[in-house]
Every structure is written in structure tokens, then in C-alpha cells.
Design a protein around this ligand. Structure first.
Ligand code: SAH
Length: 398
């Protein structure tokens, strides 16, 4: 990968951080996710669904709760962006299976958007036991199969290939992997940060500033911007626009969970290898590269097509979803010390403000009519109140 990038930089000059990140993560031959994507304890980074089954179970319940609140439509698609090892969908499918009698008249299908051939193989093994068909003729999907619980699963490279229809979207630690542009305020105005070859050290990369403003600078920096360093992820904006458009047209909801901020942070671009911070410019393709998600930008990119909720902290969302009750049940049902220990340890990882509890956030897109009655303005007294959206308000037990 480094050799490929050095050749490219020698031929064409410096590239944007977005282009560098895209190459390092998803280059079809040597990209980090294309080749392996080291998720899990033996890899480079560990994610919440890999820590505890409770995480995916509560998310599964969130979708069921939205399905009930919108009058139990006769079909829904669950669309996951960047499913990693497939653990989250597997946990959600277990919930759907446990609630089979509730869902018996509902036509459920799973749609996974994944660019990495290696990870889609791992997902297929996890979800179907490996029984999949490649390049099915009748579909826009590049692979299809049936889950262990009998639900059809389809794989796509792009959200645009997923068929339209009432859908629940899920993006967990997906947006942080999309390429960002970086900008620095200078005395001469905004400049884009670029990646170039270091002239002092052979075969090493370094950051430089564009000598003048670039089209991206003109496009992405708001005149009222107060920060001195800004990261923008236009690809995230495009995907959110698509999700918002689809939800506006066909109904459903999207749940986005990631580490991020609400338009306040500056330099968050970093790398992980073997669970340790890794210099982002070293050995590209061998480490996960990531940047905090700017939720204020995502909200703006819905362009008012949907309502949004959040971001709220992971520990608040999971508490509102009833994680404490679920933990009690699991503790009561297990009788060995090691399992108890493991349950309490994983709860702490997910909820502790110093671990994942505070830095991860939940954010939702919902049709406007889910939060406000369409004719509320005209006849405010005639409607019964809409059911609250789970997770974003305090859990009240009746
Ligand atoms: N959601 C999982 C994995 C997160 S890692 C979890 O929480 O454990 C990021 C995932 O997004 C990987 O599956 C990676 O292959 C995928 N990915 C990265 N860029 C992508 C893109 N542009 N389109 C589709 N998937 C992408």
C-alpha cells in the first residue's frame, strides 16, 4: 500500500486526507477493510456488539418498538451499513426470533451494505453458516443467503442498490470509517491539509497545507466557522441525504451510533493497531483509520426531510432501553462466577463514562409524523399522544 501511494504521490503530487483515507481503508486490493478489518479482541479495535450480546438485543428491541409505534407495517427491511463481523445483526436476529409470534405476519428481510469481500465472507459465515449464493441473477445484491433463523439476507456495495420500502437502517461505527477532508485556518485564510512524501525521510509520508484554497475549502467551510481546524466528511453527508430521502418516502427509521461530537471538535483523525494508537501516516493499510462523527453535520444533511433525535450518550441510551433490567435477568439466570464476572465487566465497558459510556452517541432519523401529528396544528385536541421514541427519553415502568 505504501509503495502504491508513493508512486501515486510522485506522479500526481499531494492528495487530500479523504483520498488517502479511502485508499488506506477500502482500496480494492490492499485496503485495511478489504484485506481483513481487524475487529475484535484478536484484532485492532473492539466494538460494543463484540463486547456484549445485550447491546444488539437492545437495538433489536428499539426497532421492534418503532415497528409497533407505526402500526406494525406488514413488511420491513433491516438495512445495516458496515456490519463488520455480523455480530450486531446476529444479536438482533435472535431478538426477532424470540419475538417470532409478534412478527409472524410481518415479512422481514436483512440487507447488508459492505464493501469488503473478506468481511462479507465472515458475515455470511456468522449469519447463514456460510450457505450463500454469489451474484444472484434476479437481484441487485452481490450475494444472498438465508439466516439460521430463516430470514433472507442480501449483500450490496452501496445503499443505492438496496430496494426501496419501509426500512430500518443501522450504522454502528460506520460513519467514522468514511473519508474526511481536513482544513486549517491560516493567516492567508483556510487551507486544506494534504498528504505528501516527506522530502527529508525516504518512503515516509507527511502532512502539508495546500498553497492556496481548494474547491473543498470553498465548499465545506461555513463563513461563521469559529474553529481553527475542521474535519468534514462529505460521503457521510451524501449517505445521510439518501437515508433521509428514503425514510421520508417509504417510512422507517435510522439509528446511527458512533463516537462523535456536535460540531465542536477539531483534530480527531487517528489510527488503531493492536488496540493501540497508531500514527495515521505509518504503514497505511495495516491500521484502522477513523475520525469522530460530526452529528451537527449529519443533522444538517437531512435537509429537513426527516426529524432527528440526539445525539445522546451511549450510557443514557442503553439505560433508557432497559440495560439494567436485562443485566439483572442475565445475572439471575447464570449460576457460575466466571459468567457473572464477564456480564459485569462488559456492562462496565459499555456504560462507564470513562470507557464507552460517554464518548459513543446515539442519533436517530425519523419521519416527521412520528414525532408530530400531521394535522396537530389544525386540531390539537383531537389526537391521542404519539408513543415516545424508546431510548431517547427516560424509561418509565408501569
Ligand atoms: N458495525 C461493525 C463494524 C464497524 S467497522 C461493528 O460495530 O462491529 C466498519 C465497517 O464498515 C466494516 O464492515 C467496513 O468494511 C465497512 N465499510 C467501511 N467503508 C465502507 C463503505 N464505504 N461502504 C460500505 N461499507 C464500508
Amino acid at each position: 500500500m505504501l509503495r502504491h501511494l508513493l508512486l501515486k504521490l510522485r506522479a500526481t503530487g499531494p492528495v487530500t486526507v479523504a483520498e488517502y483515507m479511502r485508499e488506506a481503508l477500502t482500496n480494492p486490493g490492499q485496503g485495511y477493510y478489504t484485506r481483513r478489518g481487524g475487529i475484535g479482541e484478536s484484532g485492532d479495535f473492539v466494538t460494543s456488539p463484540e463486547i456484549s450480546q445485550v447491546f444488539g438485543e437492545l437495538i433489536g428491541i428499539w426497532y421492534i418498538s418503532e415497528w409497533i409505534a407505526t402500526g406494525k407495517p406488514e413488511a420491513f427491511q433491516l438495512v445495516e451499513l458496515g456490519p463488520g463481523r455480523g455480530t450486531l445483526t446476529d444479536d438482533i436476529l435472535r431478538v426477532f426470533n424470540q419475538l417470532a409470534s409478534l412478527l409472524s405476519k410481518c415479512d422481514v428481510s436483512i440487507h447488508l451494505v459492505e464493501v469488503s469481500p473478506k468481511l462479507s465472507e465472515i458475515q455470511a459465515l456468522m449469519l447463514t453458516g456460510g450457505k450463500v449464493q454469489s451474484n444472484p441473477e434476479d437481484q441487485s445484491a452481490y450475494m444472498k443467503g438465508v439466516s439460521k433463523t430463516g430470514i433472507p439476507i442480501f449483500w450490496y456495495r452501496d445503499i443505492q442498490d438496496v430496494p426501496p420500502g419501509y426500512s430500518f437502517y443501522l450504522a454502528h461505527e460506520f460513519f467514522d470509517a468514511l473519508p474526511i477532508h481536513k482544513f486549517q485556518r491560516t493567516e492567508k485564510g483556510w487551507r486544506e491539509v494534504l498528504v505528501d512524501i516527506d522530502p527529508e525521510v525516504p518512503d515516509q509520508l507527511r502532512f502539508v497545507l495546500s498553497p492556496s484554497s481548494t474547491p473543498a475549502t470553498e465548499h465545506f467551510i461555513q463563513p461563521e466557522e469559529m474553529r481553527d481546524h475542521v474535519e468534514v466528511c462529505p460521503e457521510a453527508g451524501v449517505i445521510i441525504q439518501r437515508l433521509a430521502g428514503r425514510i421520508e418516502k417509504d417510512g422507517g427509521a435510522a439509528l446511527v451510533a458512533d463516537y462523535g461530537h456536535d460540531g465542536t471538535k477539531t483534530d480527531t483523525f487517528r489510527g488503531f493497531r493492536n488496540h493501540k494508537l497508531h500514527n495515521v501516516l505509518r504503514a497505511p493499510g495495516t491500521a484502522d483509520l477513523t475520525a469522530d462523527v460530526d452529528f451537527s453535520y449529519l443533522r444538517k444533511m437531512t435537509q429537513g426531510r426527516t426529524a432527528t433525535l440526539g445525539p445522546i450518550k451511549q450510557r443514557e441510551f442503553l439505560k433508557n432501553m432497559g440495560i439494567d433490567l436485562r443485566l439483572q435477568v442475565l445475572l439471575q439466570n447464570s449460576h457460575d462466577g466466571a459468567t457473572h464476572e464477564q456480564l459485569l465487566h462488559s456492562y462496565d465497558m459499555l456504560m462507564n463514562p470513562k470507557k464507552m459510556g460517554d464518548c459513543f452517541n446515539f442519533f436517530a432519523l425519523l419521519p416527521h409524523h412520528r414525532l408530530v401529528h400531521p394535522d396537530k396544528k389544525h386540531k390539537p385536541e383531537s389526537k391521542s399522544p404519539l408513543p415516545p421514541v424508546a431510548g431517547f427519553g427516560e424509561l418509565l415502568l408501569k
